[in-house]
Design a protein around this ligand. Sequence first.
Ligand SMILES: *Cc1c(COP(=O)(O)O)cnc(C)c1O
Length: 390
Amino acid sequence: MDLAIETKCIYGNKKDWKKDPTGAISFPIYQTATYAHPEVGKSTGFDYSRLQNPTREHLEKVVAALESGTDALAFSSGMAAITALMEIFKPGDHLITEADLYGGSIRLFDNISKKNGIDFSHINCSTEDVESYVKENTKAIYIETPTNPMMNVVDIRKIADIAKKHNLLLIVDNTFLSPYFQNPLTLGADVVIHSGTKFLGGHNDTLAGFVVTNKEEISEKLRFIIKTVGSGLAPFDSWLLLRGIKTLSIRMERAQENALALVEYLLNEPKVKKVYYPGIKGTKGYEICKKQARGFGAMLTFEVESKALAQHILKFTKLIPFAESLGGVETLLTYPCTQTHADVPEEVRIANGITDSVLRMSVGIENKEDLIADLKYAIDSYDGYKAQYI
Ligand SMILES: *Cc1c(COP(=O)(O)O)cnc(C)c1O
Protein backbone atom coordinates (compact mmCIF):
# COMPACT_ATOMS: atom_id res chain seq x y z
CA MET A 1 0.00 0.00 0.00
CA ASP A 2 1.39 3.35 -0.98
CA LEU A 3 0.60 5.88 1.69
CA ALA A 4 -0.46 9.47 1.04
CA ILE A 5 2.03 12.21 1.86
CA GLU A 6 0.12 13.43 4.95
CA THR A 7 0.33 9.95 6.46
CA LYS A 8 3.99 9.54 5.52
CA CYS A 9 4.74 12.77 7.45
CA ILE A 10 3.66 11.00 10.61
CA TYR A 11 4.76 7.40 10.08
CA GLY A 12 7.13 7.25 7.14
CA ASN A 13 6.42 4.12 5.13
CA LYS A 14 4.25 1.46 6.69
CA LYS A 15 7.16 -0.96 7.13
CA ASP A 16 8.74 1.46 9.63
CA TRP A 17 5.76 1.55 11.99
CA LYS A 18 5.94 0.37 15.60
CA LYS A 19 9.65 -0.13 15.39
CA ASP A 20 10.36 0.78 18.99
CA PRO A 21 10.12 -2.31 21.24
CA THR A 22 8.38 -0.36 24.03
CA GLY A 23 5.62 0.76 21.68
CA ALA A 24 6.48 4.42 22.30
CA ILE A 25 4.38 6.54 19.95
CA SER A 26 6.94 9.32 19.87
CA PHE A 27 10.17 7.82 18.59
CA PRO A 28 12.75 7.89 21.43
CA ILE A 29 15.84 10.07 21.49
CA TYR A 30 18.76 7.63 21.68
CA GLN A 31 21.16 10.02 23.32
CA THR A 32 24.18 7.75 23.08
CA ALA A 33 27.54 8.00 21.35
CA THR A 34 28.35 4.30 21.42
CA TYR A 35 26.74 0.84 21.65
CA ALA A 36 27.68 -2.42 23.38
CA HIS A 37 28.47 -5.35 21.10
CA PRO A 38 26.93 -8.75 22.04
CA GLU A 39 30.19 -10.61 21.13
CA VAL A 40 33.14 -10.40 18.77
CA GLY A 41 31.97 -10.10 15.19
CA LYS A 42 28.37 -9.25 16.17
CA SER A 43 26.65 -5.87 16.25
CA THR A 44 23.17 -4.64 17.18
CA GLY A 45 23.31 -2.75 13.91
CA PHE A 46 24.64 0.31 15.73
CA ASP A 47 28.33 0.76 16.59
CA TYR A 48 29.02 4.45 17.01
CA SER A 49 26.72 7.44 16.49
CA ARG A 50 28.93 9.15 13.89
CA LEU A 51 28.02 6.20 11.64
CA GLN A 52 24.39 5.84 12.69
CA ASN A 53 22.02 6.43 15.58
CA PRO A 54 18.50 4.95 15.88
CA THR A 55 16.76 8.34 16.09
CA ARG A 56 18.65 9.65 13.08
CA GLU A 57 17.95 6.41 11.20
CA HIS A 58 14.22 6.67 11.84
CA LEU A 59 14.21 10.29 10.66
CA GLU A 60 16.11 9.30 7.51
CA LYS A 61 13.48 6.66 6.73
CA VAL A 62 10.68 9.19 7.11
CA VAL A 63 12.41 11.71 4.82
CA ALA A 64 13.25 9.01 2.24
CA ALA A 65 9.55 8.04 2.25
CA LEU A 66 8.45 11.67 1.79
CA GLU A 67 10.69 12.10 -1.27
CA SER A 68 10.08 8.60 -2.69
CA GLY A 69 13.80 7.92 -2.34
CA THR A 70 15.49 4.65 -1.41
CA ASP A 71 17.80 6.40 1.04
CA ALA A 72 18.05 9.71 2.88
CA LEU A 73 20.97 10.94 4.98
CA ALA A 74 20.49 13.49 7.76
CA PHE A 75 23.23 16.09 8.26
CA SER A 76 23.87 18.77 10.85
CA SER A 77 22.75 21.53 8.42
CA GLY A 78 21.73 22.03 4.82
CA MET A 79 25.23 23.27 4.02
CA ALA A 80 26.76 20.18 5.65
CA ALA A 81 24.55 18.07 3.36
CA ILE A 82 25.62 19.95 0.22
CA THR A 83 29.29 19.89 1.30
CA ALA A 84 29.13 16.10 1.77
CA LEU A 85 27.45 15.71 -1.62
CA MET A 86 30.24 17.68 -3.30
CA GLU A 87 32.66 15.00 -2.06
CA ILE A 88 31.30 12.58 -4.66
CA PHE A 89 32.98 14.75 -7.33
CA LYS A 90 36.69 14.91 -8.07
CA PRO A 91 39.17 17.52 -9.30
CA GLY A 92 38.60 18.24 -12.98
CA ASP A 93 34.83 17.66 -12.82
CA HIS A 94 32.47 20.33 -14.12
CA LEU A 95 28.97 21.14 -12.84
CA ILE A 96 26.23 23.25 -14.38
CA THR A 97 24.48 25.19 -11.64
CA GLU A 98 21.51 27.51 -11.53
CA ALA A 99 22.78 31.09 -11.07
CA ASP A 100 19.96 32.13 -8.72
CA LEU A 101 20.74 29.62 -5.96
CA TYR A 102 20.74 29.96 -2.19
CA GLY A 103 23.67 32.31 -1.46
CA GLY A 104 25.41 29.82 0.82
CA SER A 105 25.50 27.23 -1.97
CA ILE A 106 27.14 29.74 -4.33
CA ARG A 107 29.67 30.60 -1.59
CA LEU A 108 30.46 26.90 -1.12
CA PHE A 109 30.86 26.24 -4.86
CA ASP A 110 32.94 29.34 -5.63
CA ASN A 111 35.22 29.29 -2.61
CA ILE A 112 35.59 25.71 -1.45
CA SER A 113 34.59 23.37 -4.30
CA LYS A 114 36.53 25.47 -6.82
CA LYS A 115 39.63 25.30 -4.63
CA ASN A 116 39.14 21.50 -4.65
CA GLY A 117 39.37 21.53 -8.45
CA ILE A 118 35.69 21.50 -9.41
CA ASP A 119 34.61 23.88 -12.12
CA PHE A 120 31.17 25.52 -12.49
CA SER A 121 28.99 27.23 -15.08
CA HIS A 122 26.39 29.32 -13.24
CA ILE A 123 23.52 29.84 -15.67
CA ASN A 124 19.84 30.71 -15.68
CA CYS A 125 18.30 27.25 -16.07
CA SER A 126 14.82 28.59 -16.77
CA THR A 127 15.82 30.79 -19.75
CA GLU A 128 19.16 29.55 -21.12
CA ASP A 129 19.91 26.52 -23.30
CA VAL A 130 21.22 24.24 -20.55
CA GLU A 131 22.39 21.53 -22.96
CA SER A 132 24.79 23.92 -24.71
CA TYR A 133 26.81 24.17 -21.48
CA VAL A 134 27.47 20.42 -21.26
CA LYS A 135 31.19 19.70 -21.66
CA GLU A 136 33.29 16.55 -21.82
CA ASN A 137 33.95 16.71 -18.06
CA THR A 138 30.43 17.76 -16.97
CA LYS A 139 29.16 15.46 -14.23
CA ALA A 140 26.00 17.05 -12.86
CA ILE A 141 23.36 19.74 -13.12
CA TYR A 142 22.41 21.43 -9.84
CA ILE A 143 19.17 23.39 -9.60
CA GLU A 144 16.61 24.88 -7.22
CA THR A 145 13.00 25.46 -8.21
CA PRO A 146 11.48 27.88 -7.48
CA THR A 147 14.79 29.74 -7.26
CA ASN A 148 15.97 31.80 -4.34
CA PRO A 149 14.92 34.59 -4.13
CA MET A 150 13.58 35.38 -7.62
CA MET A 151 11.14 32.45 -7.71
CA ASN A 152 12.03 31.38 -11.27
CA VAL A 153 10.52 28.00 -11.99
CA VAL A 154 12.77 25.44 -13.68
CA ASP A 155 11.19 22.59 -15.64
CA ILE A 156 12.57 19.56 -13.76
CA ARG A 157 11.55 16.95 -16.37
CA LYS A 158 13.14 18.94 -19.17
CA ILE A 159 16.45 19.24 -17.28
CA ALA A 160 16.23 15.56 -16.27
CA ASP A 161 16.00 14.58 -19.95
CA ILE A 162 19.17 16.55 -20.72
CA ALA A 163 20.91 14.98 -17.72
CA LYS A 164 19.93 11.45 -18.82
CA LYS A 165 21.01 12.04 -22.41
CA HIS A 166 24.51 13.08 -21.29
CA ASN A 167 24.78 10.69 -18.34
CA LEU A 168 24.84 13.49 -15.77
CA LEU A 169 23.36 13.55 -12.29
CA LEU A 170 20.46 15.91 -11.71
CA ILE A 171 20.56 17.39 -8.20
CA VAL A 172 17.57 19.42 -7.01
CA ASP A 173 17.54 21.52 -3.84
CA ASN A 174 13.87 21.09 -2.93
CA THR A 175 13.90 23.23 0.23
CA PHE A 176 11.47 25.89 -1.01
CA LEU A 177 8.48 23.67 -1.84
CA SER A 178 9.29 20.87 0.61
CA PRO A 179 8.40 17.24 -0.18
CA TYR A 180 4.80 18.06 0.64
CA PHE A 181 4.43 20.01 -2.61
CA GLN A 182 7.15 18.64 -4.90
CA ASN A 183 9.08 15.36 -5.36
CA PRO A 184 11.92 15.81 -7.87
CA LEU A 185 12.99 12.12 -7.79
CA THR A 186 9.62 11.18 -9.31
CA LEU A 187 10.30 13.72 -12.10
CA GLY A 188 13.66 12.23 -13.07
CA ALA A 189 16.12 13.80 -10.61
CA ASP A 190 18.81 11.60 -9.03
CA VAL A 191 19.48 13.51 -5.83
CA VAL A 192 17.34 15.80 -3.69
CA ILE A 193 18.75 18.25 -1.16
CA HIS A 194 16.89 19.81 1.74
CA SER A 195 17.77 22.36 4.31
CA GLY A 196 15.81 20.64 7.08
CA THR A 197 16.16 23.88 9.03
CA LYS A 198 13.34 25.26 6.90
CA PHE A 199 9.91 23.73 6.21
CA LEU A 200 10.77 20.20 7.38
CA GLY A 201 11.80 21.34 10.87
CA GLY A 202 9.31 24.17 10.57
CA HIS A 203 9.80 25.95 13.88
CA ASN A 204 12.97 28.02 13.44
CA ASP A 205 14.53 26.09 16.32
CA THR A 206 17.14 23.77 14.83
CA LEU A 207 19.48 23.29 11.88
CA ALA A 208 19.42 20.15 9.73
CA GLY A 209 20.06 19.03 6.17
CA PHE A 210 19.24 16.05 3.95
CA VAL A 211 20.49 14.32 0.85
CA VAL A 212 17.91 11.92 -0.62
CA THR A 213 18.55 9.60 -3.54
CA ASN A 214 17.15 6.58 -5.33
CA LYS A 215 20.54 5.43 -6.66
CA GLU A 216 22.30 2.70 -4.69
CA GLU A 217 25.73 3.82 -5.84
CA ILE A 218 25.26 7.41 -4.60
CA SER A 219 23.80 6.22 -1.35
CA GLU A 220 26.86 3.99 -0.72
CA LYS A 221 29.27 6.83 -1.42
CA LEU A 222 27.35 9.16 0.89
CA ARG A 223 27.23 6.61 3.73
CA PHE A 224 31.01 6.39 3.48
CA ILE A 225 31.33 10.20 3.46
CA ILE A 226 29.01 10.80 6.45
CA LYS A 227 30.86 8.28 8.59
CA THR A 228 34.22 9.68 7.53
CA VAL A 229 33.60 13.42 7.81
CA GLY A 230 31.24 13.17 10.82
CA SER A 231 28.57 15.71 9.87
CA GLY A 232 25.53 13.56 10.72
CA LEU A 233 22.58 15.03 12.62
CA ALA A 234 22.60 14.67 16.42
CA PRO A 235 19.92 12.50 18.15
CA PHE A 236 18.03 15.36 19.79
CA ASP A 237 17.98 17.44 16.61
CA SER A 238 16.81 14.34 14.71
CA TRP A 239 13.89 14.08 17.12
CA LEU A 240 13.03 17.77 16.67
CA LEU A 241 12.92 17.16 12.92
CA LEU A 242 10.67 14.11 13.35
CA ARG A 243 8.37 16.19 15.50
CA GLY A 244 8.34 19.08 13.02
CA ILE A 245 7.63 16.83 10.03
CA LYS A 246 4.50 15.39 11.68
CA THR A 247 2.71 18.70 11.04
CA LEU A 248 4.33 19.47 7.66
CA SER A 249 1.12 18.96 5.71
CA ILE A 250 -1.08 21.31 7.72
CA ARG A 251 1.69 23.91 8.04
CA MET A 252 2.31 23.94 4.28
CA GLU A 253 -1.40 24.27 3.49
CA ARG A 254 -1.92 27.15 5.90
CA ALA A 255 1.31 28.93 4.94
CA GLN A 256 0.38 28.70 1.26
CA GLU A 257 -3.11 30.05 1.93
CA ASN A 258 -1.54 33.00 3.77
CA ALA A 259 1.00 33.53 0.97
CA LEU A 260 -1.78 33.71 -1.63
CA ALA A 261 -3.58 36.34 0.48
CA LEU A 262 -0.41 38.40 0.86
CA VAL A 263 0.31 38.16 -2.88
CA GLU A 264 -3.20 39.44 -3.58
CA TYR A 265 -2.58 42.42 -1.29
CA LEU A 266 0.89 43.17 -2.70
CA LEU A 267 -0.32 43.00 -6.32
CA ASN A 268 -2.80 45.78 -5.52
CA GLU A 269 -0.37 47.93 -3.53
CA PRO A 270 0.82 50.90 -5.64
CA LYS A 271 4.21 51.18 -3.87
CA VAL A 272 5.02 47.60 -4.84
CA LYS A 273 6.55 47.38 -8.32
CA LYS A 274 6.68 43.63 -8.79
CA VAL A 275 5.64 40.45 -7.00
CA TYR A 276 7.43 37.17 -7.65
CA TYR A 277 5.40 34.09 -6.72
CA PRO A 278 4.87 30.97 -8.85
CA GLY A 279 1.16 30.89 -8.02
CA ILE A 280 0.36 34.05 -10.01
CA LYS A 281 -1.74 33.02 -13.02
CA GLY A 282 -0.45 34.11 -16.41
CA THR A 283 3.22 33.93 -15.43
CA LYS A 284 5.55 31.44 -17.11
CA GLY A 285 6.40 29.82 -13.82
CA TYR A 286 2.75 29.17 -12.99
CA GLU A 287 2.19 26.63 -15.77
CA ILE A 288 5.42 24.71 -15.10
CA CYS A 289 4.89 24.72 -11.35
CA LYS A 290 1.33 23.50 -11.80
CA LYS A 291 2.59 20.64 -13.93
CA GLN A 292 5.37 19.43 -11.63
CA ALA A 293 4.25 20.39 -8.10
CA ARG A 294 1.15 20.00 -5.95
CA GLY A 295 1.32 23.60 -4.75
CA PHE A 296 3.08 26.94 -5.08
CA GLY A 297 4.52 27.15 -1.59
CA ALA A 298 4.86 29.91 0.96
CA MET A 299 7.87 31.85 -0.34
CA LEU A 300 7.39 35.14 -2.14
CA THR A 301 9.59 38.03 -3.21
CA PHE A 302 8.57 41.58 -4.01
CA GLU A 303 10.23 44.71 -5.26
CA VAL A 304 9.17 48.03 -3.82
CA GLU A 305 9.57 51.47 -5.39
CA SER A 306 12.83 52.36 -3.62
CA LYS A 307 15.65 51.15 -1.42
CA ALA A 308 14.50 53.57 1.28
CA LEU A 309 11.02 52.03 1.33
CA ALA A 310 12.48 48.50 1.49
CA GLN A 311 14.55 49.44 4.51
CA HIS A 312 11.63 51.30 6.07
CA ILE A 313 9.44 48.19 5.86
CA LEU A 314 12.13 46.12 7.59
CA LYS A 315 12.19 48.60 10.43
CA PHE A 316 8.47 49.25 10.82
CA THR A 317 6.69 45.92 10.74
CA LYS A 318 5.59 45.23 14.31
CA LEU A 319 4.73 41.58 14.05
CA ILE A 320 6.87 40.22 11.22
CA PRO A 321 10.55 39.96 12.20
CA PHE A 322 13.36 41.03 9.89
CA ALA A 323 15.42 37.83 9.95
CA GLU A 324 17.24 35.37 7.73
CA SER A 325 15.88 31.92 7.12
CA LEU A 326 12.51 30.60 6.07
CA GLY A 327 10.04 27.79 6.37
CA GLY A 328 9.02 28.21 9.99
CA VAL A 329 5.64 28.91 11.56
CA GLU A 330 6.73 32.54 11.96
CA THR A 331 6.51 34.82 8.92
CA LEU A 332 9.94 36.38 8.27
CA LEU A 333 11.11 39.21 6.05
CA THR A 334 14.58 38.94 4.55
CA TYR A 335 16.69 41.52 2.73
CA PRO A 336 18.57 39.32 0.24
CA CYS A 337 21.13 41.94 -0.83
CA THR A 338 22.64 42.24 2.66
CA GLN A 339 21.64 38.84 4.09
CA THR A 340 21.30 35.60 2.12
CA HIS A 341 23.03 36.97 -0.99
CA ALA A 342 25.57 39.34 0.59
CA ASP A 343 28.47 37.15 -0.59
CA VAL A 344 27.26 36.95 -4.17
CA PRO A 345 29.28 39.40 -6.34
CA GLU A 346 27.25 42.59 -6.82
CA GLU A 347 27.11 42.37 -10.64
CA VAL A 348 25.81 38.78 -10.46
CA ARG A 349 23.29 39.76 -7.80
CA ILE A 350 21.94 42.71 -9.80
CA ALA A 351 21.92 40.64 -13.02
CA ASN A 352 19.73 38.13 -11.18
CA GLY A 353 17.31 40.93 -10.24
CA ILE A 354 18.26 41.07 -6.55
CA THR A 355 18.38 44.85 -6.21
CA ASP A 356 18.36 46.75 -2.92
CA SER A 357 14.57 47.29 -3.31
CA VAL A 358 13.85 43.55 -3.19
CA LEU A 359 12.43 41.85 -0.10
CA ARG A 360 11.84 38.15 0.40
CA MET A 361 9.10 36.83 2.60
CA SER A 362 8.73 33.41 4.13
CA VAL A 363 5.09 33.17 5.06
CA GLY A 364 4.16 31.42 8.28
CA ILE A 365 0.93 30.15 9.75
CA GLU A 366 -0.33 33.24 11.61
CA ASN A 367 -3.71 34.79 10.84
CA LYS A 368 -3.53 36.23 7.32
CA GLU A 369 -5.42 39.44 8.19
CA ASP A 370 -2.87 40.18 10.92
CA LEU A 371 -0.02 39.67 8.45
CA ILE A 372 -1.56 41.92 5.80
CA ALA A 373 -2.32 44.60 8.41
CA ASP A 374 1.27 44.53 9.65
CA LEU A 375 2.78 44.85 6.19
CA LYS A 376 0.26 47.48 5.17
CA TYR A 377 1.07 49.53 8.26
CA ALA A 378 4.78 49.44 7.43
CA ILE A 379 4.17 50.43 3.80
CA ASP A 380 1.55 53.10 4.53
CA SER A 381 3.63 54.75 7.23
CA TYR A 382 6.45 55.38 4.75
CA ASP A 383 5.17 58.70 3.39
CA GLY A 384 5.19 60.21 6.85
CA TYR A 385 8.79 59.17 7.42
CA LYS A 386 10.08 59.87 3.93
CA ALA A 387 11.57 63.23 4.87
CA GLN A 388 14.11 61.69 7.21
CA TYR A 389 15.74 59.69 4.42
CA ILE A 390 16.19 62.55 1.99
C1 LIG B 1 18.89 27.54 4.04
C2 LIG B 1 19.12 26.89 2.75
C3 LIG B 1 20.23 26.07 2.55
C4 LIG B 1 21.28 25.85 3.62
O1 LIG B 1 20.75 25.19 4.72
P1 LIG B 1 21.25 25.40 6.25
O2 LIG B 1 20.39 24.46 7.00
O3 LIG B 1 21.04 26.84 6.59
O4 LIG B 1 22.70 25.05 6.27
C5 LIG B 1 20.37 25.45 1.31
N1 LIG B 1 19.48 25.64 0.33
C6 LIG B 1 18.40 26.43 0.48
C7 LIG B 1 17.44 26.59 -0.64
C8 LIG B 1 18.19 27.08 1.69
O5 LIG B 1 17.13 27.87 1.83
